[in-house]
Write a protein of this length. Structure first.
Length: 265
């Protein structure tokens, strides 16, 4: 990319070429020759070139040998160029004002869309947090139920062990005394105790399995919540980047407009 000083020199050489061909050195004509350069740089360089041309014309007394027709043509060209320069400056100022308004409108729309997107992300996060809180409550409830059941199982097992021990003692006693009705009653109680123990064990196993499933589901939802928060952060960063880029474009156009306003004073 050419430096600003190099571009200015190329602009002045192009303006000299156009003047030698009898053509008006306009910004577009100069840019067509040099093939590059910003409008602001070309405009500043042309203003400098016209100022030098004015000095050359004003030095007529110092160069009496310069033909009068040449000086007359140069003066007329200078007047025309000044009129054209002001008109072009007004047109460019109008275009920049329009571009500035368009960017302001686009920035406002982008900001509105960003706010809507961020609100949606926050709503989604809040819903996930509520879901997670509900699952944690379920897990805590299951843990409490399991603790109660495990305590009950311990007592039940202890009672059954005690019953088995007593039954063994009674069996020995019955064998010695031949009291069959009592033996049958004790056997029924022992059988019922074993059934109760088995049922309690099955219930405990089912509850433990259910608890494991709930814990697995809770872990999955917690991971989902983490992923959603990560995605939300990335989305917010992308939106902030878009806003930053729009701000840069807005500032560039604003600087060009201020530059043209200063050059037109």
């Amino acid at each position: 990319m050419p430096k600003k000083s190099e571009t200015s020199e190329r602009v002045q050489r192009a303006a000299d070429e156009l003047l030698a061909l009898g053509k008006r050195p306009t910004q577009q004509a100069v840019r067509d020759i040099i093939g590059s350069g910003s409008i602001t740089t070309i405009n500043h360089a042309l203003n400098f070139w016209w100022a030098n041309l004015s000095k050359k014309i004003n030095r007529q007394d110092q160069h009496p040998a310069l033909p009068e027709p040449v000086l007359t043509a140069a003066s007329k060209l200078w007047d025309q160029a000044m009129v054209y320069s002001h008109a072009a400056l007004d047109e460019q100022r109008l275009q920049l004002n329009q571009a500035l308004q368009e960017h302001q409108t686009a920035d406002s729309q982008q900001l509105s869309q960003t706010q809507i997107a961020m609100f949606a992300v926050q709503q989604q996060n809040n819903e996930l947090l509520k879901t997670n809180e509900g699952l944690l409550e379920q897990i805590n409830s299951l843990l409490q139920s399991t603790h109660v059941l495990e305590t009950s199982l311990i007592h039940k097992t202890s009672e059954c062990d005690e019953q088995v021990r007593e039954n063994k003692q009674l069996a020995l006693l019955l064998k010695e005394t031949n009291i069959h009705p009592v033996s049958l009653q004790i056997s029924d109680e022992l059988f019922q105790a074993k059934i109760d123990l088995k049922v309690s064990q099955v219930i405990a196993t089912d509850l433990k399995s259910n608890l494991a499933r709930q814990e697995s589901r809770s872990s999955e939802l917690q991971q989902q919540l983490f992923d959603q928060e990560k995605s939300s952060i990335k989305q917010v960063h992308r939106l902030e980047l878009v806003i930053s880029q729009q701000d840069v474009k807005f500032n560039n156009i604003k600087e060009e407009l201020e530059s043209f306003q200063k050059s037109g004073r």
